[in-house]
Design a protein. Structure first.
Length: 399
């Protein structure tokens, strides 16, 4: 293992004062300055500074664009590799297994490939794992979620493969499938999705007959819980839990088991949303960004019946991966949102109070790496994956 010492100790000004006043994190000019926040603190919250000095250890490297981590109860990790579709078991001292065999092939172009992996809540007895991936299909592709039993050993493999969810309709696009998986404590599985980026997909984010741009909620076997909001509505996909999302690449539960997501915006307009049953998060009707060409997407930032983001970024951070910290190694981070930044090459920390962002920090700037995954380990350390050809699995602890 290699220790990378990061950052200097920064004395913190009084916590309350920093929240009430204070300049925001220094970023560039907004891309869409004519769009104003709907309420104070919806963007550019005052900068806060962690008092804890961080130590970053490299546990393993040599992953091709790794995407997600899951923690096995014995202290090892599952790590997905996006373009290759490979899943590895990694030991705490960084030894990588052969790729787990038996996984279906993936469409690994662009944003596609093998994405998230989770262990079942009853993994200790069932040995079941769940993963999401871009599924190659006749006439295009789409996100799928599969599960199987993990058979350990020198040649790890899966057994009893089942596809439990298929995003519909099939469309040819190598972009915006979302893909994070979150198990709720009641055993339901949230799958967060994107709208495929192309215009033919984007317009479906508001349509109930399409999974594009939705959060869906299923049972682990793929069946639909009867208390989903659109069950029984004619023409509606019954798996839908919320609508109007662009491309969700971060999802996590808070201490009250509420689902929070961060979605990748266009140029300007990355959003933090608190996902509630049956609600509409506005895309592409409202938002705070613009097309990469500079052309407008939205006439307005607010509309009746559409939810406001709790927070937005312009310029964007390009989010991927998030954990809401609940461990004991970083007491000052308790309840904070830790979000990986791709283009921004930072770890973003948000401090929330009463569901409003009251402070923002950019951590690990010295690492200067695209951060794809942020996960809290069982012992409270933070684990990261860097989005590189030689992607690294990093462990962050107090120094
Ligand atoms: Ca929105």
């Amino acid at each position: 293992m290699k220790a990378l010492h990061i950052g200097a100790v920064v004395a913190c000004t009084a916590f309350v004062a920093a929240h009430a006043f204070g300049a925001p994190v220094k970023t560039g000019q907004p891309n869409v300055p004519e769009f104003k926040p709907a309420f104070p603190g919806q963007t550019r919250a005052p900068e806060v500074k962690s008092r804890t000095q961080l130590e970053v250890m490299e546990i393993a490297a040599g992953f091709d664009r790794p995407w997600a981590i899951a923690f096995l109860p014995e202290g090892r990790f599952l790590v997905t590799e996006k373009p290759t579709g490979n899943l590895y078991i990694v030991t705490v001292d960084g030894r990588k297994s052969n790729p787990v065999s038996g996984l279906p092939s993936v469409d690994g172009r662009d944003q596609g490939g093998l994405l998230d992996v989770e262990i079942a809540p009853d993994f200790v007895s069932s040995r079941m794992i769940y993963w999401s991936y871009y599924e190659p299909r006749e006439g295009g592709n789409g996100l799928a979620v599969a599960r199987a039993r993990l058979i350990d050993g020198p040649a790890p493999r899966i057994e009893g493969l089942q596809i439990v969810f298929r995003m519909q309709p099939t469309l040819e696009s190598t972009m915006h499938c979302g893909g994070r998986l979150v198990f709720a404590p009641d055993g339901k599985l949230f799958v967060v999705l994107g709208e495929r980026s192309v215009l033919a997909g984007r317009v479906q984010a508001q349509r109930l007959d399409s999974h594009f741009g939705k959060v869906v909620r299923i049972r682990p076997d793929g069946s639909v819980p009867e208390d989903n909001p659109f069950v029984g509505r004619k023409g509606a996909k019954p798996e839908i839990w919320s609508i109007g999302h662009r491309n969700i690449l971060s999802a996590a539960l808070d201490a009250r088991n509420r689902l929070w997501v961060v979605e990748m915006g266009p140029r300007g307009g990355d959003e933090l949303n608190l996902v509630q049953r049956g609600k509409d998060y506005g895309w592409p009707t409202i938002g705070y960004g613009e097309e990469y060409s500079g052309r407008p997407i939205h006439r307005t930032t607010q509309a009746p019946g559409m939810e406001q983001p709790v927070y937005y970024w312009d310029p964007v951070i390009a989010p991927s991966g998030m954990t809401i910290y609940s461990g004991s190694l970083f007491p000052e981070w308790r309840g904070n949102f830790l979000i990986g930044g791709l283009v921004s090459r930072v770890l973003v920390r948000l401090v929330l109070r009463d569901d409003r962002v009251v402070g923002e920090e950019r951590l690990l700037t010295e690492l200067n790496a695209r951060i794809r995954e942020v996960a809290q380990g069982p012992e409270g350390a933070l684990y990261l994956l860097t989005d590189e050809r030689n992607g690294r699995l990093l462990k962050v602890t107090p120094r």
